[in-house]
Design a protein around this ligand. Structure first.
Ligand SMILES: *Cc1c(COP(=O)(O)O)cnc(C)c1O
Length: 375
């Protein structure tokens, strides 16, 4: 009952509180309102969109529009497949080596935080997995080891895998680390659609939806068509990119409601002016927080400026007691889910596309006030 009441007043609640959750994360208020309005009776058909067949012409239209809008936003060339899959981000940790390498082949990985580390552990089950470079601490600042110092294994390499935005550590690699024509694979679970990218730089991109796209349960894979059809024999059919492509992502029942809602988000992004416009706002939001941190001796972030994430801003206070108090008082002020990941502690403000500038400005005001009273 309480939830229902909260939902009715979504608009008012949203005006005074902001959700900084790392994932599943907040969605645009406009999208939530549209979904709410058509929840029980979608386009006059008397049912919810989640209650109709994925093979109905009505749902196929939803699915095709979502794919086309995603292609438009990212300028995906025709020779790439866009797949709507299950399995989230971690599903990609397994499906990438299964689809894009052979068991005896070597794959190269950059490890710059928790998620790229997780990708290595999973990949090792399916391919010869080598870590060629990592994050390093130089003059007290976290940065990426020099490309000239990366240790490449001998022989053929199926691809280089990296994570452009480490969600837990707030560490980004802004430019794709292209190297001698080696196929590049990126886990974009927490930064897809945050800025324009050149799809041609990548052989494959994958992302769980619940950070910067839509609800959990959906994963997006964008893969060059020339790489399909050579999956390892162990690959489950529902994780096979070629089969998924052949069946229009409907080999089995896809997560239809997540697909529909993600489609609303793609339309919303187009209405905002596309990815170049969203990137500007994202930069403005992130710089608001990083400037405040740099001008203060109370808040600390030790990541080299070019590697600071524009999606997940992490910082520390002088001690963990103050951090606990910060999280508690922020929540009381309507600023929710600011606790850092349990593995690293500290504070994390996740400010994906859906977070309005006003949310970040409110957080900045709170940070200044907190520092004044406790610093
Ligand atoms: C959240 C996240 C994942 C894991 O996603 P799941 O959908 O929970 O499997 C993987 N990679 C990155 C970069 C993430 O942020």
């Amino acid at each position: 009952m309480l939830n229902r009441v909260a939902f009715l007043f979504y608009e008012e609640i949203n005006m005074q509180s902001f959700n900084f959750s790392a994932g599943p994360a907040m969605l645009p208020a406009d999208v939530m309102q549209q979904a709410q309005a058509e929840f029980l009776d979608w386009q006059g058909c008397g049912s919810s969109v989640m209650e109709i067949s994925h093979r109905s012409k009505e749902f196929i239209a939803v699915a095709e529009k979502a794919e086309q809008d995603l292609r438009d936003l990212l300028a995906v060339p025709d020779n790439y497949k866009v797949l709507f899959m299950h399995g989230g981000g971690r599903g990609g940790f397994a499906s990438v080596p299964m689809n894009l390498s052979q068991p005896e082949q070597t794959v190269a990985h950059l490890v710059t935080g928790s998620w790229s580390k997780g990708a290595v552990t999973e990949s090792a089950k399916y391919a010869n997995t080598h870590i060629i470079g990592t994050d390093v601490l130089i003059d007290g600042q976290k940065t990426l080891s020099k490309q000239t110092e990366w240790e490449w294994p001998e022989g053929d390499i199926a691809y280089l895998h990296y994570c452009p935005n480490e969600t837990v550590e707030g560490f980004q690699i802004a430019q794709p680390p292209t190297h001698k024509g080696i196929n590049l694979v990126a886990d974009m679970s927490s930064n897809i659609l945050s800025k324009p990218i050149n799809i041609n730089d990548y052989a494959c991109i994958y992302a769980g939806a619940q950070k910067n796209i839509g609800p959990s349960g959906l994963a997006i894979v964008i893969v060059h068509e020339d790489l399909l059809g050579q999956a390892q024999t162990c690959t489950p059919s529902i994780m096979n990119y070629a089969i998924t492509a052949e069946y229009g992502s409907m080999y089995n029942t896809p997560p239809t409601y997540a697909w529909y809602l993600s489609g609303l988000v793609f339309q919303w992004l187009k209405d905002q002016g596309g990815l170049a416009a969203i990137e500007q706002i994202n930069q403005q939001k992130a710089q608001t927080l990083y400037q405040l941190i740099d001008q203060s001796s109370f808040y600390q972030n030790n990541i080299a400026p070019q590697h600071r994430s524009i999606m997940n801003v992490v910082f520390n206070l002088p001690n963990s007691e103050l951090e606990t108090l910060f999280v508690k008082e922020a929540a009381a002020a309507g600023l929710h889910a600011l606790k850092g990941h349990r593995s690293v502690g500290g504070i994390r403000a996740s400010i994906y596309n859906a977070m309005p500038l006003a949310g970040v400005e409110t957080l900045a005001q709170f940070m200044l006030a907190f520092e004044q009273s406790k610093g």
